[in-house]
Design a binder for this molecule. Structure first.
Ligand code: PEP
Ligand code: MG
Length: 585
């Protein structure tokens, strides 16, 4: 019997194939009391589990492709080292001997002890390692439990090759590995449109659906699944009619892509002659190929968080330099806006950089707050960006700005770094453009002040919507409230664009809204002419631009700010979007 589920389509495309169910939520076990005689066997069982966990990690490490980012293997190395630590290799054995408990309870007790110590630590480097400790403990625990249940242990990750991964949640590192392993698509039980994993899936072109609660309860590895990243539908055990319908949709999508490719060499100019700049958002090397394919005019947002993820130390200046130099070369003179590390909240670094455990991470020490709290995080990054600026059109962008004091701190820090480079006789562009992201309502409301002090602004709608509407961007329970058309959001966008005009500085948009063809004409009407988006969206956005009449759009877009119901908004949006001169596929 076929089963249908619905979630949020987070990365477009439709796929059909076999499921790989990833089970790594916290394992369950029951407490046991041991007799003195049973203890030596239990110790042996624990040691065997450690060895087995090691073999599993080594197998994953050996299957990492050569061209995978270095941080993926660093992540596994860290876990292997943790297995050797006496906290895990000896601690649980001492406990089980002392308490005469089963190995599972002893290990769980050890987890609690370690957690207590970590929670009391102020140092963000150390506090953040608890995620990894948990990962390793879960691995050992799974082996112990599987061993008791005589079941086979969780298959190593490369078993997901050519399949559709179904998981509770996935980390950005998982997503990269999946792309390398040729995974067909993925579905997660948590998350939404704006989680970092979803953004990454879009740039890697993996069809994905998020927020399908309890899906794993109904599935086992090997089941047939359809994942529709366009509509958010997931169908298990589809019948032949459903399969035929999906194949038809896949053919239509292919045809649509073929049509869009015809626009590759068409300039992005509105019917009234307004020239629009279409830039790409990138974060990993893989994105450079896409930029070339869709002929983006440059990079409007280079998210650099990946350089910081799953590693013990921040990247040094030379590592930053090598990476940025490579990207700048690939862009061949086109502009490159590098955003300084924006870690925290949904962009956890894994093992290297994170604020102390916060109750509300999105409101906590994240983005520029984290970087200014520990400037060693971005000083080498700024130095590297400056070095690259000597020979390339590079801009610096600071994330999550809330007040002008932060702007001053950032510019002073940059000045210090420039002075150091001068002392080292290293060349750079002294007039490098410095911009800020407008993604906190305070910055949009005070946009005139920010515009007066910065060379450019870029609107980050992912966070701007989150903070304006008070909805956690990765919480699927409040996802229904995520509304880019909310008059408050549109008002803040307009205010920012207008402030840029008054100060005569460029204003771009680099949040996901800029890459959504449904909103392109509305944004043109609000005065936006610089859009930065996942490379995969560029051609569709270009199609929406061609044939647009900005004068008419201006009137309609302003009317949008006054709509009081969703129905009225939708009717107006349809009207805004229908006057196309280029046929829609
Ligand atoms: C945004 O908030 O819109 C943005 C572009 O930044 P990120 O999604 O990386 O937080
Ligand atoms: Mg943001």
């Amino acid at each position: 019997m076929s089963l249908m589920f619905s979630g949020f389509g987070v990365s477009r495309g439709i796929t059909i194939g076999e499921t790989f169910v990833l089970r790594r939520n916290r394992p369950e076990f029951s407490d046991r009391k041991l007799s003195q005689k049973q203890i030596p066997a239990e110790v042996r069982r624990y040691r065997k589990a450690l060895a087995n966990a090691r073999r599993q990690l080594e197998k994953v490490r050996n299957s990492i492709p050569d061209d995978a980012p270095g941080d993926v293997s660093a992540f596994i190395e860290t876990h292997l080292l943790m297995l050797d630590d006496s906290l895990l290799s000896q601690g649980p054995i001492d406990t089980l001997k002392r308490e005469q408990s089963g190995a599972e309870s002893a290990l769980e007790q050890q987890r609690e002890e370690i957690e207590k110590v970590f929670n009391s630590m102020e140092d963000p480097y150390i506090a953040t390692r608890m995620d990894d400790v948990n990962h390793v403990i879960d691995l050992i625990m799974n082996v112990l439990i599987d061993d008791r249940n005589q079941a086979t242990s969780t298959p190593p990750s490369h078993d997901w090759k050519g399949r559709i991964v179904v998981a509770y949640e996935l980390t950005p590192a998982d997503t990269i590995m999946m792309q390398h392993d040729g995974v067909l698509g993925f579905v997660t039980e948590t998350g939404g449109q704006l989680s970092h994993t979803a953004i990454l899936a879009r740039s890697l072109g993996i069809p994905a659906v998020a927020g399908v609660q309890n899906l794993r309860t109904y599935l086992k590895t090997g089941d047939q699944l359809i994942v529709n990243g366009e509509t958010g539908m997931v169908i298990a055990a589809p019948d032949t009619t459903m399969v035929a319908a999906v194949q038809k949709q896949q053919r239509a999508l292919k045809e649509k892509r073929r049509e869009l490719n015809k626009l590759l060499n068409t300039p992005a100019v509105c019917a009234d002659g307004t020239e629009v700049t279409l830039l790409a958002n990138i974060e990993i090397e893989e994105d450079l190929k896409q930029i070339k394919r869709v002929k983006a005019q440059g990079v409007g947002l280079y998210r650099t968080e990946f350089l910081y993820m799953n590693r013990a130390h921040y990247p040094d200046e030379n590592e930053h330099y090598r990476v940025y130099q490579k990207v700048a070369r690939a862009l061949k003179g086109a502009p490159l806006t590098i955003r300084t590390a924006d870690l925290g909240s949904d962009k956890e670094a894994g093992t290297s950089a994170r604020g102390p455990l916060a109750h509300n991470p999105a409101m906590g020490l994240r983005g520029i707050r984290l970087a200014l709290n520990d400037t060693s995080m971005i000083v080498p990054q700024l130095a590297a960006i400056l070095r690259v600026s000597a020979r390339a059109d590079v801009n610096i962008m600071f994330p999550m700005l809330t007040n002008l004091h932060e702007v001053h701190q950032c510019t002073e820090l940059l000045e210090d770094v420039k002075q150091h480079l001068k002392k080292r006789r290293v060349s750079f562009n002294n007039d490098i453009k410095v911009g800020g992201m407008v993604e906190v309502p305070a910055a949009a409301i005070a946009a005139d002040q920010f515009a007066a002090e910065l060379d450019f602004l870029s609107i980050g709608t992912n966070d701007l919507i989150q903070y304006t509407l008070a909805i956690d961007r990765i919480d699927d329970q409040v996802n229904y409230l995520y509304d880019p058309l909310h008059p408050a959001v549109l008002q803040l966008i307009k205010q920012t664009i207008d402030a840029g005009k008054r100060a005569e500085i460029p204003v771009a948009m680099c949040g996901e809204m800029a890459g959504d063809p449904r909103f392109v004409r509305l944004l043109l009407g609000l005065g936006l002419t610089e859009f930065s988006m996942p490379p995969n969206s560029i051609l569709e956005v270009k199609r929406a631009i061609l044939g647009a009449d900005r004068k008419r759009l201006q009137r309609q877009s302003l009317a949008m700010l006054k709509c009081t119901t969703r129905e009225a908004q939708q009717t107006l949006l349809d009207k805004i979007n229908t006057s196309r001169t280029i046929p829609v596929a």
